[in-house]
Design a protein around this ligand. Sequence first.
Ligand SMILES: [Zn+2]
Length: 215
Amino acid sequence: MIREVKSPNVPASLSACKEYDGQDVISQLFADHQGKCYLCELKAKQHYEVEHLKSKENFPALKFEWSNLFLSDDYCNDKKGKRFDDILNPNNNNIEDLIEQRIDSINRKALFQPTNTSNATQKTIELLNRLFNGTYAPKLRKRREDEFYKEVERIINAFNVTALQYLTNPNPQTEQLVRDELSIDKELLGFKYWIIKDNPQLLAVFGTDIKWNKT
Ligand SMILES: [Zn+2]
């Protein structure tokens, strides 16, 4: 999970306060979030939804508030529900810095470590664990949770291979391949950023590529 930058242009259909998922809202969210779910950072394919950062059940006044709307997939939207109203707001937090995000490939587990003590960070980590590690212990992931995690593993394994190709044979081509995978439209940047940060050699070359959205 990383910071998001939302367009200041409020979609016109929201002003009528009748629907929050009009076509103009969906189109702007796809553009702003590069087609990715803001929670898991996977491409929101056919099952995308307009998600309320603060749930519409608990915060009805924010139901049509543009700054409260994000692109999500149904997997994450279902798991977030109305129980996680107080997570970090991606509009004004560098979540990639506030939470260390790693994949433990041996234990098949996503690891989230706070770099601060805020309640919002803790709550965000609680949600991320639910998304990536399942409602139960990792080895007991339900089928949907396991399918989700396998997709995460596939992408992170591929990125590790690309990074290793660069480390074993640094040249303009292998460097560009890593850089391509760090572009803003790519998936799982929170985890990729920490792979870069954890390796001094990678950080020296790609340090600027993991700061795309700092304000
Ligand atoms: Zn998601």
